[in-house]
Design a protein. Structure first.
Length: 240
């Protein structure tokens, strides 16, 4: 393969630049029936609980539980894009682009932070939205500001969704991260090595479930402050 062909292939595999995910009401008609039912059940469960979003870690300067939906997605999307690039390189002609980060969990293992992810991505061929599972960890480099992503697996979660487990040795079932079937489909947190791995918990990220974050603060909306800016930095102007 020529250098030009290599560059062209790499460019085709690169996921499209991320833009804010559509609202759930706009996405639902585009999802499969299985995903529609799952999301509806989640939302109905929240309403029955009468749940109010509270910050479980008030001592932190800014907790994930108080972020807007766009801020929540922006926190996860880099791992999603790393996983999708890995997938697209290995599935030429069957590439996907990110639609919505659903959830992630993390743990410290073998000297690195490991992530399990679920996300929705859209097929460039069929335009259909599919759920993915990915396992990603990051190798430290000599440059403290960069980490090399290592994707152990990135795979489509084929329906019916009810056949998959929502938890592993470090993913809580409440996160609803669907895992591939088979003990060796992913490396970290699988049943076979659950005892030997000696996973170390990371500080909780306090991530809200998708489509359940509070709306942006009015001040940020009025001044057109980008949603990725934390609310605690959107300070009111001093009185004149």
């Amino acid at each position: 393969m020529s250098i030009a062909e290599e560059h062209s292939s790499a460019s085709a595999a690169m996921p499209k630049e991320w833009v804010d995910a559509p609202a759930l009401k706009d996405l639902l008609p585009q999802l499969s029936r299985d995903e529609q039912l799952r999301q509806t059940q989640h939302r109905n469960g929240k309403k029955l609980q009468g749940r109010v979003v509270k910050d479980p870690h008030p001592s932190f300067p800014f907790s994930m539980a108080m972020r807007t939906e766009d801020e929540r997605d922006a926190f996860i999307i880099s791992r999603v894009q790393d996983a999708l690039l890995h997938y697209n390189v290995r599935h030429k002609g069957g590439e996907f682009d990110a639609v919505k980060p659903l959830m992630q969990a993390r743990v410290f293992f073998r000297g690195q932070v490991w992530f399990h992810l679920n996300f929705w991505a859209r097929s460039r061929c069929t335009n259909k939205i599919k759920r993915f599972f990915a396992e990603v960890h990051y190798k430290p480099s000599s440059n403290d500001n960069t980490r090399t992503p290592i994707v152990e697996i990135c795979t489509v979660i084929e329906e019916p969704l009810s056949q998959y487990r929502r938890s592993c040795a470090f993913c809580p079932g409440s996160y609803d991260i669907l895992h591939p079937k088979g003990s060796k489909k992913f490396v970290c947190g699988n049943d076979k090595d659950r005892i030997e791995q000696r996973l170390k918990a990371c500080r909780p990220m306090c991530l809200e479930m998708p489509f359940s974050c509070p709306p942006p603060p009015p001040r940020a909306q009025e001044n057109h402050i980008h949603p990725s800016i934390p609310a605690h930095l959107c300070l009111p102007l001093p009185p004149s």
